[in-house]
Write a protein that binds this ligand. Structure first.
Ligand SMILES: [Zn+2]
Ligand SMILES: [Zn+2]
Length: 340
């Protein structure tokens, strides 16, 4: 079935509409406020779409296999729901603390966008994607106790991965360490690797250099977002100050000073939401005041926890296997078959 005008990248800087084709069964559910189109599909078929939506299908097979294993792990954790999903939304005068580990959806298991995993239909699936899913059929990452690992991933860590607790609740996992990642640094790329890397990522994922970036944020935008998103008014914004940072440099708690008060805001996604029309690339930045706002010099795209898609792509380009890639980004895990 072909569906016109599906919004992808919702709420992010690359949001756009695409016409997408789906297999499986389509179910139209009406609620009292809207209609929802639900696609019922087998898990392994779902994964083929995810692999071809998260990455360019020209990527090396070992990269696609690594992603198939972590995307399957993520899916199986969500639908088996062995742990409660933690979220917190506190907005009181002077303090905002907001994060969502992963919302349960009410009418369906997973949504089609970055909130869960990108799922953009079947058009991009090719034989390499078929192979990547078939060759890893039923394989998931498990932790030392045999539980399916929470295999987080982001687009570019910026040279250092981040702890789970910087983005979500105050727990850390031994298989999600904060460690240096030499693989996503564009300075180490040869010319041919730079071309190969572009064949690993979607065109809208290489629009800019996410390893290091800078943006200008007007103070008026921060004042508006504070008021409209978080219900806080502290006058004209004067200073942005990192109160707590994670090991990658991502700010966990940001202190915002205004002429009429101070607000602290966390965690990383809430900070990114505050400082952009959509979402800032990451919360790993330093601040330089300008006449009408702030110049932010930052690193990375996304929360930086777990696998760095850009770094993993270069590992595969340089001949590393899916197991090598997963072993680097998720140490002390095992690759386990769900069917054993
Ligand atoms: Zn979702
Ligand atoms: Zn990285």
């Amino acid at each position: 079935m072909r569906v016109s005008g599906v919004v992808i990248g919702r709420g992010f800087h690359w949001e756009q509409k695409r016409d997408l084709t789906y297999s499986g069964t389509m179910i139209l559910r009406r609620t009292h406020t809207s209609s929802v189109l639900i696609n019922a599909i087998k898990a392994e078929e779902y994964l083929k779409s995810v692999i071809s939506s998260e990455m360019n299908v020209g990527a090396p097979l070992e990269y696609l296999k690594a992603h198939a294993i972590i995307s399957r792990s993520w899916l199986m954790r969500i639908i088996s729901a062995t742990e409660p999903r933690m979220s917190e939304h506190i907005s009181e005068p002077g303090r905002v603390l907001s994060y969502t580990q992963s919302d349960r959806h009410r009418l369906y298991d997973v949504c089609c966008d970055d909130h869960c995993q990108r799922y953009q239909g079947i058009s991009a699936i090719n034989s390499r994607v078929d192979d990547a899913v078939a060759l890893t059929r039923g394989l998931v990452l498990t932790d030392a106790d045999g539980r399916i690992a929470d295999a987080r991933f982001s687009k570019c860590c910026g040279g250092h991965t981040e702890l789970f607790s910087t983005a979500w609740h105050d727990t850390d996992y031994s298989y999600l360490p904060a460690q240096e990642d030499p693989w996503c640094n564009p300075a180490i790329l040869t010319d041919s690797e730079r071309v190969a890397l572009r064949h690993c990522l979607k065109d809208y994922d290489c629009d800019t250099d996410y390893y290091r970036w800078h943006v200008h944020v007007p103070a008026s935008l921060i004042e508006r977002n504070l008021r409209e998103i978080y219900g806080q008014s502290i006058g004209s914004i004067t200073t942005l100050e990192a109160e707590e940072r994670g090991p990658s440099g991502r700010i966990r708690v940001l202190r915002v000073h205004g002429t009429d008060g101070v607000v602290t805001i966390g965690k990383e996604l809430a900070i990114r939401r505050l400082l952009s029309e959509s979402h800032l690339y990451s919360s790993a930045f330093t601040v330089t005041p300008t006449q009408d706002g702030f110049e932010l010099h930052g690193r990375g795209w996304g929360h930086g926890v777990g696998l760095c898609q850009t770094g993993a792509a270069l590992m595969a380009i340089r001949g590393h296997s899916a197991a090598d890639i997963l072993n680097f980004y998720y140490p002390v895990t095992n690759i386990t078959s769900l069917y054993d």
